[in-house]
Design a protein around this ligand. Sequence first.
Ligand SMILES: Cc1ncc(COP(=O)(O)O)c(C=O)c1O
Length: 383
Amino acid sequence: MTDELLMIPGPTNLAHRVAEAMSKPQLGHLDPRFLENFKETLNLTRYLFVNYTGIPFVISGSGTIGMEASVVSLIEPGDKVLCLDTGYFGKRFVDLATVHGAKVDVLNFETGKHADPSVIDEKLSKDNYKAITITHVETSNGLLNPIKDLVKIARKHDVYTIIDSVAAVGGCELNFDQLGADIVITCSQKVIAAPPGAALLAVSKRALDAFENRKTPIRSYYMNLARWRKFMEEPGIYLATPSIQILMALHEALLMIKEEGLENRWRRHKIIADAIRAGLGALNLSIVAEEGYRANTVTGFYTPEGKAFDICSMLRDRYKIHVAQGLGDLKGKILRIGHFGNITSKETIALLSTLEISLRSFNIDVKRGSAVKAAMPYLEELV
Ligand SMILES: Cc1ncc(COP(=O)(O)O)c(C=O)c1O
């Protein structure tokens, strides 16, 4: 690990072997060695999403490219789309669907409250929607939405599901084949712990058929999933030059996930998240997401009045530990911890203890040693 400890909700710390994968001699985009590596990456992407029924996509670009490619490929101008707004990234789908000409309805949920399946059931039964957009883990507040229930309801109404699982895949339980969703999106710099620059998607056969059977052409060249499908099925044609170094690093990071085992990785993320939540509780810091709907990858917590910026700066300047400020309306009110990727007990203890010191240095009355003490029963499970 480097001197700096990234505990922002992405990008996250890179393992040495992942960073080293980027420093190999440049290969051409049609070099058989790169293409072989990419084919393995696609297979590892199947493993990551548990996607053996649909098609894996890996496209150079950030997570937003994955979101936009999904929207522009599936939605035609004039289609009705229901967007679930459980925070900043839920709203991004509203913007994307609007930009691409959909008729968008939005269901807003209070900060930290999950998208209630019964509300969505009622809404979908009243209108004829083509698709629903869902944020699996809302990185802006740490909320985990109940995607199994939400997808079940969407399927009951025969509505396509587009799921932003950018901050969840690899750390929160997700089985694409069992879930029955149409498109699930993540990207390289979150739980996968590769550098930023690749969007990864699992796309159902049903969605692929919908791309082929549109009434109007897909209004994008680069973000056209029907076009990229050919490359994913047979890597070797030229469509656009991929970010070769990033993809080589992604390959290495995915190999590490396979070596750890997906279920072990979910378990590690749950234990670390439990430890962090217990530590925050001991420091009297309340968590933004409601109980029962808290992500195992990201935690947002309210800071004592007016102290968000100071605490964040102290952690960064004194300890080189990076946490993130709130986004949008939550700026200045909360801080967010990204506890995913390669985070272990060591980093968790470092964060909780320095957070406690920071609070005490601002004369906030917290008991010395309480955060780590509260976290220990969980962390011991990781031995
Ligand atoms: C839940 C979620 N969706 C989408 C994005 C957008 O990803 P990117 O910044 O890689 O475009 C992010 C980034 O933080 C995110 O957390």
